[in-house]
Write a protein that binds this ligand. Structure first.
Ligand SMILES: [Zn+2]
Length: 161
């Protein structure tokens, strides 16, 4: 581990984890994702996502929230079942907002993805995922290991900050 950062590169399976620090711009886009996360109206979990293409061009941003045009009533966010069926995750909103071919793009998220977002992002052709670390409480509540496994299997590099 170097400075608490690590990357998982499936092309370096024999070596296990490939260590690399995020670049200056990768760090900036992760900070941008953290800012975008604050826009979420969910009182319990706020996630942000940024997608970049080519040389540091932002092409999509998103945060977890209900579908466009649906009620944003706080009571709906506080009703867990209602929230889970209405919410669109940050990654998916960033994909919908980008509306372009995402082959070779980079995804930045405040925390690691759920399994569903992992497979959906994989199929867009995104090749690098820079993600913040979950809180110990989030780590306990959600199991991210399957998401990492899926990303590695599909050849998506991960930098977890
Ligand atoms: Zn998700």
């Amino acid at each position: 581990m170097s400075k608490g950062y690590y990357a998982i590169n499936p092309t370096h399976k024999k070596e296990g984890f490939l260590l690399r620090d995020p670049t200056k711009w990768e760090t900036r886009f992760l900070e941008l994702a953290k800012t975008v996360a604050k826009w979420s109206k969910d009182p319990s979990t706020k996630c942000g996502a940024v997608i970049t293409k080519g040389k540091n061009k932002v092409i999509g941003i998103g945060y977890n929230g209900f579908a466009r045009g649906m009620s944003d009533d706080t009571d709906l966010y506080n009703d867990r079942d209602e929230k889970l069926s209405r919410v669109i995750h940050a990654e998916m909103n960033a994909i919908f907002n980008s509306a372009t071919d995402l082959t070779g793009c980079t995804m930045f998220t405040t925390i690691p993805p759920c399994e569903r977002c992992a497979v959906h992002v994989i199929t867009t052709g995104i090749k690098l995922w820079v993600m913040g670390s979950p809180t110990p409480e989030q780590e306990k509540r959600w199991n991210f290991s399957k998401s990492y496994q899926f990303l590695r299997e599909a050849g998506v590099d991960i930098i977890k900050v």
